[in-house]
Every structure is written in C-alpha cells, then in structure tokens.
Design a protein around this ligand. Structure first.
Ligand code: 3PG
Length: 307
C-alpha cells in the first residue's frame, strides 16, 4: 500500500485532516501524519518509507529528498514552492507540484484585514483613515492578487495592477487599471500589495528607490515572502520617511529594529497566517491529496512545477 505523508510544522486545521483522510483511504492509500515537528531529524525519519509527501512551508531540502528513497511525488499544499529543492527533486525523478489558488482567498482577506487595522491605528480609539477612494496597487496579478482586487472593490478603492506575465486585457476586464512599469505602480498607489514569488530574480527587489516612489502616507503590504524585501533599504526608508508604513504577514529578520524605532508604523502577524483558515487548509490539503492520487492512478502531472 502506498503511503502519503503529511508533514506540516504548522499543521492544517483538524477539519482539513478530517477531509483529507477519507479521500486518501477511499483511494486505497495509507495516510501518515507528522504535525508540529520541531526537529529536522523527525522529518528525515518520517519520509523514509513515504511514496508521496504533502507539505506547507516545510523545507524539502536535498537532505530530505535523499532520505526519502521511496518518494515519487511531493506536493506543496499552497502557492509558493520556494521551500522545495526542485533541482534535487528533478535529479531523483520526483515530481513536485503546488496547489495554485486553493488558499488564495484566505491570504487576500488578511491583506485587507491588516490594512483596515493599520488605517484605524490598531483600533486604539484615535481617528484613523478610510480605504474608500484610496489607490491600491497589486504587484503581480495571480490568484491572490485577483481576490485582493475583488475585496478592494467592495471597499471602494481604485485598483491598479502590474504583472508583465498577464495580458492587459485580462486585467482591464476585471475592472483594474494595468500599469506598464513597476515604478508606475509604486508612484501611483497609496497601498501596494505584494504577490510576487521569491526567486533569484525577485529576492531583495523591493528596495529603497522603488518604495520611495510611493506617495505621502504610502504603505507596503507584504503577504508574499520576506526574502523579496531589501530589509536594510526598507529600514533606511522607514527612517527617512516618517509617513511610510510596512504591514506584513512575514516579520522581517530586522523586526527588532522596527520595534525599537518605528512604533505605530508597522504591523507584523506573530506567525505567518495568511493561509491559516479552515477553508484554505481544506481546499489546499484535499487538492494535494487528489493530485497525488491522480498522479499515481493516471499519471496526471497538472500543476507540476519541476517540468
Ligand atoms: C503559500 O505560498 O501558499 C502561502 O504562503 C501559505 O503558506 P503556508 O501554507 O505555509 O501557510
């Protein structure tokens, strides 16, 4: 019997496991769970006899891949797969997939939730500002960007997007103004919401010059990855621009500098929680299980990311 291992340092909601388990069982596979593990050794041990692996942001390094001698497929239950060593997977003939779109609405709701929280001064009772009429820039119009735009419309915001990989017509059809350059997005918008992946091209790409183009009172919202921010330059910008705010679901490495110097001008969730809803866990977890079964039963490689 083939074994599907769910290895999640940050576990899925119980409701998600309750739905993943019957999907796996009915297809004739065994489900193994390694949740809230604290040591890499636990993961290395658990993957030994797994034929398939479902993870979240868990690091699937070359060491993990090499310990998993039976492994045929790894599915990142989520969008960003910068935590998978794709090269090692490919070398070992292991298929790597993600589950695009399945947790996107949860992330988008957090974006707007954090924006309201900051615009209302952390609900401290003082007069804040409103989102209606403000300009929001979507930096990369993928699944999360799409939902952010939908929700922002409800708030009465003016919506802009920059994405060189998406046809302008598609962006316009969604009632969003496409812009031609990333610089234009930042110089136009009061809020910019980041939805770019972390890769060699994007790492540290959000830098001083770009952020300094934002209008007075500008705020950057990051529910993507901390690695895309040039942290040293962000700190300099925070110091030079007392009007600027940084809102993030992934606290920067330099969090202590923010706490020491920029009180009231930043907000970081205590733990990355954009995709932490029962719905997102169910959608992404069940999709991952179904993708594994589809791969074993029919050779289905839709959503493969290491082609
Ligand atoms: C993703 O890439 O899907 C999100 O960042 C969510 O990540 P998580 O599963 O670790 O919460």
């Amino acid at each position: 019997m083939k074994k599907i291992l769910v290895a999640t340092e940050k576990p899925f909601a119980k409701a998600a496991i309750d739905q993943i388990a019957p999907v796996v069982k009915e297809a004739g596979y065994e489900l193994a769970l390694l949740e809230k593990y604290t040591d890499k050794a636990q993961l290395l041990d658990a993957v030994k006899d797994a034929h398939a692996l479902i993870v979240r942001s868990d690091k699937v390094t070359r060491e993990v891949i090499e310990a998993a001698s039976e492994l045929k497929i790894v599915v990142r239950a989520g969008a960003g797969y910068d935590n998978l060593d794709l090269e090692a997977c490919t070398e070992k003939g292991i298929v790597a997939m993600n589950t695009p779109g399945q947790n996107s609405n949860a992330v988008a709701e957090l974006v707007l939730g954090m924006m309201v929280f900051m615009a209302r001064n952390g609900y401290n009772g003082t007069a804040g500002t409103e989102l209606r009429g403000k300009k929001i820039g979507i930096h990369a119009y993928g699944n999360v960007g799409h939902y952010v735009a939908e929700i922002a419309k409800g708030f009465g915001m003016e919506i802009y997007a920059f994405d060189p990989f998406v046809a302008k017509e598609k962006i316009e059809a969604a009632g969003i103004k496409p812009v031609d350059t990333v610089e234009e997005l930042y110089s136009t918008c009061d809020y910019v919401s980041l939805h770019i992946p972390a890769n060699d091209k994007t790492k540290q790409s959000i830098n001083y010059d770009l952020l300094n183009k934002m209008p007075k009172g500008g705020a950057l919202v990051n529910t993507a990855r901390k690695e895309v921010i040039h942290e040293e330059e962000l700190l300099k910008l925070m110091a030079d621009r007392p009007d600027f705010a940084y809102i993030s679901d992934i606290a920067p490495d330099c969090k202590a500098d923010f706490e020491a110097n920029f009180e009231g001008r930043f907000f970081f969730t205590p733990k990355k929680m954009g995709a932490q809803t029962a719905e997102a866990n169910i959608n992404a977890g069940v999709a991952a299980a179904k993708q594994i079964i589809g791969f074993f039963e029919n050779g289905d490689e839709t959503f493969r990311v290491n082609k």
